[in-house]
Design a protein around this ligand. Structure first.
Ligand SMILES: [Zn+2]
Length: 137
């Protein structure tokens, strides 16, 4: 990804530099210690703009997900999912969890990294503990 994609700006460079190194970095508020989602320019709890970049564990739980049975992305072969991952540090991010056929809300997941020549490293997740509950349709 590059600046022309419109997803990256100078305030968010640590997150994307981390992705390029297959690492997950987040911002933490110096005033109230809340960890913020990527792209945050100020704290959503106390409005402070005094933020520090921290390296995230890469672990979280599946908060919600959908399974696509048609190719919405040219980079994924259906069926694949788009999951909201509640990171251990607090923020939620959207990503793909490998193995959509056995995915459940509440699954413990861990960051894994895929890489393509066109895109470079990409953040994905894999289930590490199948303790979730079955998805309710
Ligand atoms: Zn704060």
């Amino acid at each position: 990804m590059n600046k022309e994609d419109g997803f990256r700006d100078d305030k968010d460079i640590s997150f994307w530099d981390g992705i390029a190194r297959s690492e997950l970095w987040l911002k933490k508020c110096n005033a109230c210690d809340v960890v913020l989602s990527p792209g945050a320019l100020f704290c959503s709890e106390c409005w402070s703009n005094a933020l520090t970049v921290i390296k995230a564990s890469g672990r979280g739980r599946v908060h919600s997900f959908v399974v696509y049975h048609r190719a919405f992305s040219e980079n994924e072969a259906p069926p694949y999912n788009a999951a909201i991952i509640a990171l251990e540090e607090g923020p939620r991010i959207v990503s793909v969890v490998d193995g959509s056929d056995r995915l459940k809300v509440g699954n413990t997941v861990e960051a894994v990294w895929s890489s393509t020549p066109a895109q470079g490293p990409a953040l994905r997740f894999a289930v590490v503990n199948d303790t979730g509950r079955k998805r309710e349709d």
